[in-house]
Design a protein around this ligand. Structure first.
Ligand SMILES: *Cc1c(COP(=O)(O)O)cnc(C)c1O
Length: 419
């Protein structure tokens, strides 16, 4: 469920007409619903109300500090994968004791920043990383709380680029090597082993892979307890999918019904790292038709948003539903490619899509764009990154302004010899 609905023929976000926002901020822009964001967070959080847990929103899905502030206000923590994401989370007022830090390539500077910030724990992904964390912690005179990311070798049955839980992937430590990893971690003076972590991938639409992965991890916990290790936190990662087209992923409640009994038995505090399921359908990308053209019987709708604004269709072949902001009931349907202005044939938002006969200047909504939308955007073709707007009730707020040309070259310099 989300708060982008038609009132009559016009698409609204909560109680605000999207056309009215476009008039004020121009196009393209990302648009988020406060109500949807809050409801999605709370639906997830309350599904697991009967077990001790922390919902750590995966910042990479959408890292705007206004959104992070909403989740922090609802009691959420954060799953980060870089120093930059830590900076954002702290900037949004996050409780450091609810921040967990994953990623295969943490630098010493990032480790130092996280230790100084006193985050809850690192999800370490290799023995070399354990040595690095230990050294930096010793240098700072602190103890680093660490979980090992274990790779359960489970097929998440999702797109290969967003599948992370197979042996062949770069993530985590295999179950075969994990025990050795834990023994190493325990032997390091400045490391405090506190947990175990797994994350098998994204846009997972069945409960089975979650259950299978969990069973592997839980047998691992038993082994570790046998070794006298105190595993206080079980971090089961994120990955719950959403409906883009016709997928029917489990509701958080259905997932909870399947896994809560298993989780409860561990006696651990459970950490969840949902990203997409919270923000995916809480955001859209609003774009305007610049031109339409036909070539050899093929229709193209050229819009002002492009692959640099939303890369998912080009990068993963993802489907995003496209709706007219103003429905014209007597319009004919056409089949068209929806493309952007970028000089690449891979620059498309939809291929061979049945659409209403959109005219020049029509506004369209690219749906389900709240996750991995703005965060994956770039300045390719020296295009300005678009604004982000948040609606709450009958009001809207610009939570990131549109970039300008000065922003584009802000960090660049012409060396003296060229002047
Ligand atoms: C990307 C990622 C997540 C979030 O995945 P979603 O599919 O957006 O829920 C959680 N944890 C880790 C370690 C990740 O890399």
């Amino acid at each position: 469920m989300h708060d982008f609905q038609y009132k009559g023929n016009e698409l609204y976000c909560e109680d605000v007409s999207i056309k009215e926002i476009a008039k004020e901020v121009g196009t393209p822009f990302y648009l988020y619903s406060y109500n949807t964001l809050k409801n999605h967070f709370n639906a997830f959080n309350s599904a697991f109300a009967d077990i001790p847990h922390i919902v750590c929103f995966a910042v990479k899905a959408n890292s705007n500090i206004a959104l992070l502030k909403i989740f922090a206000g609802e009691g959420g923590g954060f799953d980060i994968v870089s120093g930059g994401e830590l900076y954002r989370a702290l900037g949004a007022g996050a409780d450091p004791q609810k921040i967990v830090y994953a990623g295969v390539g943490k630098t010493r500077e990032e480790i130092r920043y996280a230790l100084k910030s006193n985050i809850l724990m690192f999800n370490a992904e290799s023995s070399q990383e354990l040595f690095a964390i230990d050294e930096v912690a010793e240098d700072l005179g602190v103890k680093a709380r660490v979980a090992l990311r274990v790779n359960p070798d489970i097929d998440a049955r999702t797109h290969p680029y967003i599948s992370t839980g197979l042996k062949s992937h770069k993530f985590g430590i295999s179950t075969g090597d994990a025990l050795e990893g834990y023994r190493l971690a325990r032997s390091l003076k400045s490391i405090d082993v506190v947990g175990i972590h797994k994350h098998i991938g994204s846009q997972i639409t069945q409960t089975r892979p979650f259950v299978d992965a969990l069973e592997r991890i839980i047998s691992m916990i038993d082994t570790l307890k046998g070794e006298g290790l105190n595993i206080k936190y079980l971090d089961i990662g994120g990955g719950l999918g959403i409906t883009y087209k016709d997928e029917s992923p489990p509701h958080p409640k259905e997932l909870a019904a399947e896994i809560s009994p298993i989780l409860k038995e561990t006696g651990c505090t459970i950490i969840f790292e949902p990203g997409r399921v919270i923000v995916g359908n809480a955001g859209i990308l609003v774009t305007k038709v610049l031109y339409t053209k036909q070539s050899e019987g093929k229709n193209f709708v050229i819009v002002d948003a492009a692959m640099n604004d939303l890369v998912r269709p080009s990068f993963y072949g993802s489907y995003h539903s496209i709706l007219p902001v103003n429905k014209n009931s007597d319009s004919n349907k056409i089949v068209a490619d929806v493309v952007g202005p970028i000089c690449e044939s891979g620059d498309f938002l939809a291929k061979d899509r049945v659409l209403p006969d959109l005219k020049k200047d029509s506004l369209t909504a690219i749906m389900s764009a709240g996750a991995y939308g703005f965060t994956m955007s770039s300045n390719y073709n020296s295009r300005l990154r678009v604004p982000e707007v948040l609606v709450k009730g009958s009001e809207f707020f610009i939570i990131r302004r549109r970039e300008n040309y000065e922003d584009l070259i802000r960090c660049e310099e012409i060396p003296a010899f060229l002047k």
